[in-house]
Design a protein around this ligand. Structure first.
Ligand code: GDP
Ligand code: MG
Length: 596
């Protein structure tokens, strides 16, 4: 297919506005997936994505659209995640495209991530096509959504496409708009090869699989290639596309998107953002991607300490597929060997842990997340601390600084009061309240990031019945009165349970946390005392009474199925228990701090 008949595009939107469903309809109407094979959110391939109903990984598929008899277009579609924690995925996907379908839910209107994703698309100079989705819903308000697209985003909306991805309305018009409005890719097919690596993962048969956008030249099996950042060379064994299943091809040409395999064994040899060239050629590297810094940190440990080598290998492989997290070895007195990992947010943290457990069959425990603090010492040194266990002796501390963000909260006006209260409770500083339209407001607050990491997002959603949305940027470090709180179990401090809290909130945080721990730590054969302490001062205490012998005795004898059930339940419960001293502590204990 000639280059002028190729279109590379992404689907971008706020979470749940219908990107993946629209992708389904495009797969269907172009015949890439038959009606029999079709299942909802077809491109969400990870089990985790299907269960949670969210997209985590961007997916590239090739479709062929026969516009008229004999006039066939090649469409390379990249479906992207909507959640703020995965915007690095989105920005990489967009670098492989010339255009984007901007999906806006007609019953919700423009939300925080709608806008954030538009900015990413504009940074990449993409042609943006507004698509108003869910017009089948009785609450759909097309006129209001158009006004919001014009007033909030600043894109003309009179030609916005009106679509119901669910019912398959307006899909043909979407295809026409892609062909009409999105420019074909540029790039010489005869020039020396330059290809951008925008995703890669480990496949047990093929080794490392690399997703590329061919910027110039061509890629074909048998070709000798070089990765510019490492200088390592490989011979290409396979090239192909997902259509939507993996299909091998003779070659990939300038302007196209596809995958290659080249017997790459080392995960680090196919770095996302790298440029692939012919082994012998001297060409300049492509711009690649901005380094991305994690903002939330937590320890990840194997429940069974013998699994540390497996965890190490798994983390290295997963990192290849998701360079937005970081890791380094950590040792904890309580939990043994593990990794201190950095994430883009809490959802990202949960997803990384779950992927490690499922894709690599590991049983893990993670500690409470923390942001990165800066501590100025009396002796003039400055420390960066992302692990409360490393907090210096309070006597040596001159000043503590914590990261602040500027949050933009988009909300219908009826929730304004509740959201202002929430921000104030989280130590927020109000900057601005703007009316975007007569019904919609953006609230701008400066907030300590540590407060946002906790339960801010959940509270925002529940206070606004799901209607408010959030976007934020880091604005720097500010002095703050923070102290380290230790948790002692039977007088032993448990390093993995320490946390950094604001002094004014320490007392009730400590009380809440120990009572929460009392709930989640199972009764043992002996008494367990849980205490919260700041320095040597105990600020809260709870006691778990020992199990009485006759409680255990009850498990024996009696109904067999009940006994079996009980045993299974115990096995289940065992999965994520870690023995600290003699006390068995479940995963929930480490995350209890999030729930207070
Ligand atoms: P994504 O997060 O943007 O990928 O959104 P999904 O495609 O996963 O869709 C989110 C939810 O909205 C799912 O329950 C879909 O069934 C539903 N949905 C998507 N498009 C439509 C539509 O046109 N009409 C209606 N009523 N629901 C839709
Ligand atoms: Mg999706």
């Amino acid at each position: 297919i000639p280059q002028e008949k190729i279109r590379n595009f992404s689907i971008i939107a706020h979470i749940d506005h219908g990107k993946s469903t629209l992708a389904d309809r495009l797969l269907e109407i172009t015949g890439a997936v038959s009606e029999r094979e079709m299942r909802e959110q077809y491109l969400d391939r990870l089990d985790l994505e299907r269960e949670r109903g969210i997209t985590i990984k961007a997916q590239a598929v090739r479709l062929y659209y026969e516009r008229k008899k004999g006039e066939v277009y090649q469409l390379n579609l990249i479906d992207t995640p909507g959640h703020v924690d995965f915007s690095y995925e989105v920005s990489r996907a967009l670098s492989a495209c010339e255009g984007a379908l901007l999906v806006v839910d007609a019953s919700q209107g423009v939300e925080a991530q709608t806008l954030a994703n538009v900015y990413l698309a504009l940074e990449n100079n993409l042609e943006i096509i507004p698509v108003i989705n869910k017009i089948d819903l009785p609450q759909a308000d097309v006129e209001k959504t158009k006004r919001e697209i014009e007033e909030i985003i600043g894109l003309p909306a009179e030609d916005a496409l009106l679509v119901s991805a669910k019912q398959g309305i307006g899909i043909k018009e979407v295809l026409e708009a892609i062909v009409e409005k999105i420019p074909p890719p540029k790039g010489e097919r005869d020039a020396p090869l330059r290809a951008l690596v925008f995703d890669s993962w480990y496949d047990s048969y093929l080794g490392v699989v690399v997703l590329v956008r061919i910027v110039e030249g061509k890629l074909y099996p048998g070709q000798k290639i070089r990765f510019l950042s490492t200088g390592k060379t490989f011979e290409v064994t396979k090239v192909g596309v997902f259509a939507p299943e993996a299909t091998t091809l003779d070659a990939l040409y300038a302007g196209e998107v596809g995958f290659i395999a080249a017997s790459i064994k080392e995960v680090r040899d196919a770095k996302i953002g790298d440029t692939i060239t012919e082994a012998s050629a001297q060409v300049e590297a492509l711009p690649g991607f901005k380094e991305i810094k994690p903002v939330v940190f937590a320890g990840i440990f194997p429940v069974d300490s013998d699994d540390f080598p497996e965890l190490k290998e798994a983390i290295e492989k997963l990192w290849l597929n998701d360079p937005a997290f970081s890791y380094e070895v950590e040792t904890s007195a309580a939990l043994g060997f593990g990794f201190r990992c950095g994430f883009q947010g809490l959802l990202h943290m949960e997803i990384v842990q779950e992927r490690l457990e499922r894709e690599f069959k590991l049983n893990l425990i993670s500690t409470a997340p923390s942001v990165k603090y800066r501590v100025r010492l009396r002796n003039g040194k400055e420390l960066e601390i992302e692990n409360p266990a490393e907090w210096p002796d309070p006597g040596t501390i001159e000043e503590v600084l914590e990261p602040y963000i500027q949050a933009e909260i988009y909300t219908p006006k009826e929730y304004l009061g509740a959201l202002i209260n929430l921000c104030e409770e989280k130590r927020g500083i109000q900057k601005e309240i703007k009316y975007l339209t007569p019904e919609r407001i953006v609230l701008i607050y400066e907030l300590p990031f540590s407060e946002v990491v906790m339960d801010f997002y959940d509270k925002l959603k529940s206070l606004s019945r799901g209607y408010a949305s959030l976007d934020y940027q880091f604005i720097g470090y500010r002095p703050s009165d923070l102290v380290k709180m230790d948790i002692l179990i039977n007088k032993q401090p448990v390093d993995a349970l320490s946390l950094i809290v604001h002094r004014e909130k320490a007392y009730y945080r400590g009380r809440d946390l120990v009572s929460k721990l009392k709930e989640v730590i199972p009764r043992q054969l002996f008494e367990v005392i849980i205490q919260a302490a700041i320095g040597s001062k105990i600020i809260a205490r709870e006691r778990i009474a020992p199990l009485r012998k006759d409680v255990l005795a009850k498990c024996y004898g009696g109904d067999v199925t009940r006994k079996k059930k009980l045993l299974e339940k115990q096995k289940e419960g065992k999965k994520r228990l870690k023995s600290i001293g003699q006390v068995e502590i479940p995963q929930e204990a480490f995350l209890a701090v999030l729930k207070i």
